[in-house]
Design a protein around this ligand. Sequence first.
Ligand SMILES: [Zn+2]
Length: 221
Amino acid sequence: MNKHERQSTQSGFDIERAAREEEVEALIRPSQEEAEAAVRTLLRWAGDDPEREGLLDTPGRVARAYREWFRGYEEDPIAYLQRTFEEVEGYDEMVVLRDIRFESYCEHHMAPIIGKAHVGYIPTDRVVGISKLARVVEAYAKRLQVQEKMTAQIAACIQDVLQPKGVAVVIEGEHHCMSTRGVHKPGVSMVTSTMLGLFRSNLGTRKEFLSVIGNPVNRAS
Ligand SMILES: [Zn+2]
């Protein structure tokens, strides 16, 4: 989406939010040099010498990797859902995108959370391109996160923008702060879910969704 298109689809709310984000960015975002200096500090903290040959380019690489890992801060998930299709021949059943792989980072340790997201909604009168649901997941995942918060954010975003009859989001994530440190329990995944609208009020709808995605919620309980 180019800049012009994006401006034309922004609501007043988005513009306000974008202005606030720019303000925050101007206040707190350090320069590339400052970020690299911080990485050198962490290298020394780990017990190594940032001046040795193998580590000379590491701070620059880490700073660039951070840009990629945390690019969600530069993405607007709302914008992804603003282009919709209305010619759906009255289709009003569940639309489900399952097994969306994501990589996120826990906000407590900055360690990876890797897993799968399953997203479903029941359209009212319009649908979105299916890849857009994956982009919404991606935009929230590529930030410092708490899995519960990410689950709720994805559901709320779809609910607010598309206004469907219901939204369901289930996330299964392995937290590397738990598998590579602390209690050292690899292979354990945490399952979180947010059910809105018909997925919350109608047991049959919820069951259908859970069976389509392979019942991670039931397996976990
Ligand atoms: Zn953690």
